[in-house]
Design a binder for this molecule. Structure first.
Ligand SMILES: Nc1ncnc2c1ncn2[C@@H]1O[C@H](COP(=O)(O)OP(=O)(O)OP(=O)(O)O)[C@@H](O)[C@H]1O
Length: 358
């Protein structure tokens, strides 16, 4: 393991930002710290970097106790969302900075800067000033600068957060490819589940100063440990007392023949369960259908346990929606698709609070 975080807690006044957090970050992989705003991701990253001190607990980096080491002695590269470049220095000099202060011989520095600028596709901009770069190019320069000192760990705090969606997506793909080329242990903070699922080898889900789950993108998606993780990883809806994904809700225009509903695989307590066969269907009425790109989102009103109408969302392909001809007011039957996963919804009132927290 490249980074071992053991029983780390951090308070700001009496606010608990991190509560007894332990996690192992594997060597050579891209690990995402994922969670909602204020959950403690940046605080954890800053403690690993040595920019913040934990109140209790221990940090080991590459087998060495780094808990009390100052940031500059931890051999970590760091990139923030708003990268502070030296405005009056060229791109090449910015990248060279870490090497110059370490008194690296000039020719070695020049070679390394050239190599890094090539790696981040900025060779032709070596002599420009940072202000003459686009936001995406500036973040690539920041990465080159962080990599210059050959860090054992690269820490990225929402590195693409300030960029527009298209550039963000490009840089995300680029970071993945870059990491395949030079597999430095990398930890990056994001609140964007899609970014984490797409880029990371491993995801650490953090909420309210605690770790909710650690796993590969597939593990998290296929076996979320709890209600929070499942809700945070993408759209969810409630069907028959369970949290399910809208694309796992089947819509029938006639009452389907019930097949014994059986639960085959349970995760951790309270975690996802996989339905082997479809159980009885729930009757409802179509409220509206909205087409979004190739999908059709169908809102269906069903009678809840308390008698009041509850809204269930189902997502179909456009073709499916067209075949079913779902007009508002149409009577339908909903059931969870066989093989899909669900989590028992917590007792009354709680779901709404949790969804609001997300
Ligand atoms: N220096 C500080 N002083 C007081 N409170 C702080 C300080 N730094 C962070 N906090 C608080 O600690 C909590 C966790 O902050 P942190 O930045 O780690 O969250 P985050 O998950 O990275 O969220 P975001 O994505 O919004 O940055 C927040 O409620 C924040 O207000």
């Amino acid at each position: 393991m490249s980074i071992e975080v053991s029983r780390v807690s951090k308070l700001f006044g009496d606010f608990v930002a991190l509560d007894d957090v332990s996690v192992s970050i594997p060597t050579g992989q891209l690990t995402a710290l994922l969670g909602p705003s204020g959950g403690g991701k940046s605080t954890l990253l800053r403690i690993i970097a040595g920019l913040e001190q934990a109140d209790t607990g221990r940090i080991d980096i590459e087998g060495r106790d780094a808990t009390r080491l100052p940031a500059r002695k931890r051999n970590v590269g760091f990139v923030f969302q708003h990268y502070a470049a030296f405005k009056h220095l060229s791109v090449a000099r910015n990248v060279a900075f870490g090497l110059e202060i370490r008194k690296t011989p000039k020719d070695q520095t020049a070679d390394r800067v050239h190599e890094l600028l090539k790696l981040v596709h900025l060779e032709q901009f070596a002599d420009r000033l940072p202000s003459q770069l686009s936001g995406g190019q500036r973040q690539r320069m920041a990465l080159a600068r962080a990599l210059a000192i050959q860090p054992s760990v690269l820490l990225l705090d929402e590195p693409f957060g300030a960029l527009d969606a298209k550039v963000r997506k490009e840089l995300r793909d680029w970071l993945r490819r870059l990491h395949d080329e030079i597999p430095v242990t990398t930890v990056f903070v994001t609140h964007d589940q899609e970014e984490a699922l797409e880029v990371a080898d491993e995801i650490v889900v953090i909420n309210n100063g605690r770790i909710e789950q650690v796993g590969s993108p597939d593990e998290l998606y296929d076996a979320p440990a709890n209600y929070f993780v499942m809700s945070f990883l993408g759209p969810v809806t409630h069907l028959d007392g369970k949290l399910v994904r809208p694309h796992d809700v089947e819509i029938h225009t006639q009452a389907p023949v019930p097949v014994a509903g059986d639960t085959v695989a349970g995760g951790a307590t309270g975690g996802a369960q996989q339905t082997a066969a479809a159980g009885p269907a729930v009757e409802g009425t179509v409220v509206r259908t909205v087409r979004v790109g190739f999908e059709a989102r169908v809102e269906v009103a069903v009678a809840g346990a308390d008698g009041a109408d509850q809204s269930v969302e189902a997502v179909l392909t456009r073709a499916e929606a067209r075949t079913l001809g779902l007009a508002p007011g149409a009577k339908v039957w909903l059931r969870q698709a066989p093989g899909s996963i669900s989590i028992d919804a917590p007792a009354a009132a709680e779901p709404r609070e949790l969804v609001a927290a997300v």
